[in-house]
Structures are given as C-alpha cells and as structure tokens.
Design a protein around this ligand. Structure first.
Ligand SMILES: Nc1ncnc2c1ncn2[C@@H]1O[C@H](COP(=O)(O)OP(=O)(O)OP(=O)(O)O)[C@@H](O)[C@H]1O
Length: 252
C-alpha cells in the first residue's frame, strides 16, 4: 500500500530530523511508530502524508509516487488525524465531520444524500449523536479526539494516519477507539505513546531513535525487554495476565 525508501528530512535550520528511513505498510495492517519524545515520529507521519516538500528519498503510495497526487486526489485515499485540536474559527461537530467529505464534492455546493448517510453512520459509531450541534471549542479533549477521528473516517481512506489518537482519552475510551479502528479492518499507521496500547493494537512496529529506525518488525518480536531498554532507556518486564492471558508491559 505504501513504501518509503531512504527517506530523510532536514528542517530549514539544517537539523537532520529523519535519517534514511525504510518503511512498508501492507494492506489491512496496523503499523505503529514508537520512540522517545522528539525522535521524529510526527515528522515521519507528515512526510508519509506528503505534508513536507523537501523530503529526500521515495514514497510510493498505491503504486504511484506520492508526489504525483494532487492534494484532492490524496485526500480521497488518505486521511490524517492530527494532534492539533483547535480551529481558527469555531465550527460545530457536524460541520467538522462534514469537512471529511469535501475532497469528494467535485465542485457541488451541498452534500449528497449518500454523504449524509455515511456521516450519520460514523456519528453513531463514535457515539457523538448528542454532540452534533455543539461547538468544537466547548467539547472535552476526548470528545474532540472522537470528532477528529469521525472526520477522518468519513473520508473513507485507504490509509488512515493517526498521530496519537488516544491523546486525552480515558483508559476505557482508549481501548474502545483502538478496538473500533481494528474492527473496521482499515490500514493504519499510528504514533502511539502508550507501549501497552501499541503492543495490543499494532501488527507491526517501527521503533525510532534519533530519527532512525532502530528496530522494525512484527510487534511481539520487536517490542522486547532489551529493545525497549535500548530505545526508551527504561527497564520493563513483559508479564502475562492470569485473568486475560494477554501479555502486558510494566515499567520497573
Ligand atoms: N519544521 C521544523 N523545524 C525545526 N525543527 C523541527 C521541525 N519539525 C520538527 N522539528 C524538531 O524535530 C524533532 C522531532 O520532532 P517530532 O515532532 O517529529 O518528534 P516526535 O517524536 O513526534 O515527538 P513527541 O513524542 O514529543 O511528539 C524535534 O526536536 C522537533 O523540535
């Protein structure tokens, strides 16, 4: 679905933020990007979404160079849920979710009946029915996250890019949102800070350190005690729950 080869990115001030990254996203997989603060995770997501122009290397998306897509074409195939959660003007929940259909409106003024049906379906899925007429600025952090996810979902993207999708969510909502995304069987690439959520949700993990991919591969093979110590500089244990029989990571 997407393949980046020898990707490097240098900021305007000359700082090398990403160094020779190779990354592959297969269809219907959840790819996770983890690493310490400032190691380049968000920058990498922005490069994959073609939001940075001065990127070295090559990104092929659906067998085409990412640079060959117009903004509108790309928005029909790829959605990015950003960390930013404010808008220059105050929109209602409904208005923000509707924006996800703009790339498809082909110059029409209003939305089609099918757009409205899709929007209503997603609103229900994310339990936002009673928030549709509320102003975004008045919503809680968790509600804002769900609205931004709803906007991305109505874009019906082939690839969904998520920058810390569980930010501001309580423990219950974190699991709920990630399970829901999993059940939708989408192709995703996400930055996740919570190691346990990454361990649980992702099929494949890229561990970044100082702008380089330090380890990459299937989650359970890559997120080992030794690799986590090297990349995050913390000691952890990986234990098995007596009750759920699932493994989880504890910081020592
Ligand atoms: N446009 C830019 N110009 C200069 N420096 C930048 C630019 N964009 C990012 N950086 C720097 O590059 C580094 C990586 O930033 P990035 O936001 O990608 O990190 P991150 O891994 O997502 O961090 P966090 O976990 O804290 O969100 C940081 O030191 C940041 O200050």
């Amino acid at each position: 679905m997407l393949e980046a080869t020898h990707l490097s990115f240098q900021a305007k001030d000359g700082k090398k933020i990403l160094k020779d990254i190779n990354l592959k996203i297969e269809k219907k997989t959840s790819v996770g990007i983890i690493g310490m603060n400032g190691c380049g995770k968000t920058t990498l997501l922005k490069c994959l979404a073609n939001l940075h122009q001065e990127v070295e290397g090559d990104i092929q998306f659906l067998d085409q160079s990412i640079k060959s897509y117009s903004k509108n074409e790309l928005a029909q195939k790829m959605a990015m849920m950003h960390q930013v959660n404010h808008f220059p003007f105050d929109f209602t929940t409904n208005e923000i979710i509707e924006m996800g259909r703009y790339p498809f409106n082909e110059g029409r003024l209003g939305l089609l009946k099918s757009d409205k049906e899709l929007i209503n379906e997603v609103i229900k899925l994310l339990q936002l029915e009673d928030k549709t007429n509320e102003y975004f600025s008045t919503l809680s952090g968790g509600e804002k996250q769900r609205v931004l996810l709803a906007r991305s979902l109505v874009q019906t993207p082939e690839l969904l890019i998520l920058d810390e999708p569980t930010n501001h969510l309580d423990a219950y909502q974190q699991k709920l949102i990630l399970r829901l995304i999993k059940e939708l069987n989408l192709t995703t690439v996400s930055v996740l800070h919570d190691l346990n959520l990454a361990y649980d949700f992702c099929d494949v993990i890229y561990m970044l350190k100082d702008g380089c991919v330090q380890y990459a591969g299937e989650t359970k093979e890559v997120m080992t005690v030794a690799n986590i110590k090297e990349v995050f500089e913390i000691d952890v244990d990986i234990l098995k729950s007596e009750r759920s029989k699932e493994q989880y990571i504890v910081t020592l």
